[in-house]
Design a protein around this ligand. Structure first.
Ligand SMILES: [Ca+2]
Length: 489
């Protein structure tokens, strides 16, 4: 950390601070990057969990005491982002360490979703599997001597060699091309997980599988990637937990008892796994990451988008499928005793592709030789020993995601976050939206016309990035477009 930044950080006070930085307290003892010490890695990855869906992000409806304890024991990232507003592209970026234009996984399924007559453009074709020539983070860790384990939702290919087993995972339970479980209760009707006793709950089962893997590999470094099927639809939870929330007073737009029970099952599993690491004396040797793949399903009705609100990401705007903060900002915490200071917070913008170089660094593993990595290691941030080098992070979403009827969660667009500012460009008409997230986290005031120079600065930076990556922008008009389906932009 340079002196100027250090002084700014000293003057900051956590969430809502005037300058971005990682702060609170002194640096942890022995906080140098642990190259060569090879910690175990436990990556807990929740599906569709919103920024406000856990206690440590302020929810007073959902109860997540174990996740909150994990977060309190490490660093909370307030400005952590998924690489996309939906499942598969975020996962492709996470596994490859690359932005979407390098692997072509931009969205889930087809890029031309929704009513054809309401689409002005022909979107860019989407890849639905992660190309096998990509060297995944699991492959790198495996080569470095880690035992690798995938538990839950993969969503990047269902046939050999695109399944987890073909992409670097020694062990896979439940992972294939499915984006959601046919049933949360056994029998699961999923060929990649053996059914448990009738009525077994898959979230409990995946937590148990993590504990089994820990026991089988306690004497060697392990990488457990635990992408829970929870809390994606279908909304199915254990009866006794649903009861608990039925009469609880809703808070901030959060009030769905079944969803709350699904979150509590995740939390119980986190408690069991962390308790088991304790029992085995492995807590000090394990880096734990908690993260989600896109925003919570909600925030639509207040924007006139047809879709069912399950949760609320307020004060963030919108939810899953949108380029607004509600679609991409995620709850995130990192714990690593002796390296990450308990009770620390960081408001530097970070993004899913950063985990690949982060895990390489902590594991002392080599990067793949011919695969540019677009993220930056977060080790300087989590150990409070330095800054990131980049000036901005980007999203590229050249696809349509429908709401109901002729409404859209998003039309094709691109985003840049640079410092406190965020610029969204919609490709249909070149419309630009500029927000100052530092004082307008809810993206209520578009500053594009009020701040033309700032707008131009961010737009030019995003154009340069697109050029560098060869990011395809849809320009071809859709001959089926019927203007009567759309109000003028
Ligand atoms: Ca998701």
């Amino acid at each position: 950390m340079n002196r100027r930044r250090f002084l700014r950080v000293l003057g900051a006070a956590g969430l809502g601070a005037a300058a971005a930085g990682c702060t609170l307290g002194r640096r942890a003892r022995g906080a140098e990057p642990a190259r060569g010490s090879r910690p175990n890695i436990l990556f807990i990855f929740i599906d569709d969990m919103g920024w406000r869906d856990v206690g440590f992000q302020g929810s007073r409806f959902y109860e997540t005491p174990h996740i909150d304890r994990l977060a309190a024991g490490g660093m909370i990232f307030t400005d952590a982002y998924a690489n996309a507003p939906n499942c598969a592209p975020t996962r492709a970026c996470l596994m490859s360490g690359q932005y979407g234009p390098r692997h072509g996984v931009y969205t889930v399924g087809n890029s031309d979703r929704g009513n054809a007559k309401a689409r002005r453009l022909i979107p860019i074709k989407n890849n639905t599997t992660l190309p096998t020539e990509k060297v995944t983070i699991a492959e790198c860790l495996k080569r470095a001597g880690y035992a690798t384990c995938h538990l839950g939702k993969w969503h990047l290919g269902g046939d050999d060699p695109t399944k987890p087993e073909g992409q670097g995972f020694d062990h896979n339970v439940g992972g294939n091309h499915a984006g959601s479980p046919r049933s949360y209760f056994s029998p699961y009707r999923n060929k990649d997980i053996e059914d448990g006793p009738k009525g077994e709950y898959i979230t409990d089962r995946l937590s148990t599988e993590a504990i089994r893997f820990i026991d089988a590999h306690r004497d060697e470094p392990f990488f457990i990637y635990l992408p829970h099927y929870a809390v994606h639809t279908p909304l199915q939870a254990k009866k006794e937990l649903i009861e608990k929330y039925k009469n609880k007073k809703p808070w901030n737009g959060q009030g769905n008892a079944v969803y709350a029970a699904m979150i509590e099952s995740v939390d119980q599993g986190v408690g069991r796994i962390l308790g088991h690491l304790d029992t085995r004396g492995l807590t000090e040797k394990t880096l734990v990451i908690f993260f989600s793949d896109n925003g919570g399903v909600g925030g639509y009705s207040e924007l006139g988008i047809q879709g069912k609100d399950i949760t609320s990401n307020r004060p963030l705007k919108g939810g899953k499928g949108m380029l607004a903060e509600g679609g991409i900002r995620e709850p995130m915490a990192v714990a690593w005793p002796g390296h990450v200071k308990p009770g620390s917070r960081c408001d530097v913008p970070v993004i899913g592709i950063d985990f690949y170089p982060t895990l390489l660094e902590v594991a002392g593993a080599e990067p793949p030789p011919n695969q540019p990595l677009d993220g930056e290691s977060l080790v300087p941030l989590i150990t409070q020993s330095g800054d990131l080098k980049r000036d901005a992070i980007f999203w590229h979403f050249p696809a349509y995601l429908q709401g109901g009827g002729n409404t859209w969660r998003t039309t094709p667009g691109g985003v840049i976050r640079m410092g406190d500012f965020k610029l969204i460009e919609y490709f249909e008409d070149g419309r630009l939206e500029l927000y100052n997230l530092r004082n307008d986290i809810g993206e209520t005031t578009n500053l594009a016309t009020k701040m033309p120079e700032k707008t131009k600065e961010l737009h030019n930076r995003m154009l340069a990035w697109r050029k560098e990556l060869g990011a395809p922008v849809p320009t071809e008009k859709n001959p089926k477009f019927d203007p009567s389906t759309r109000s003028p932009a």
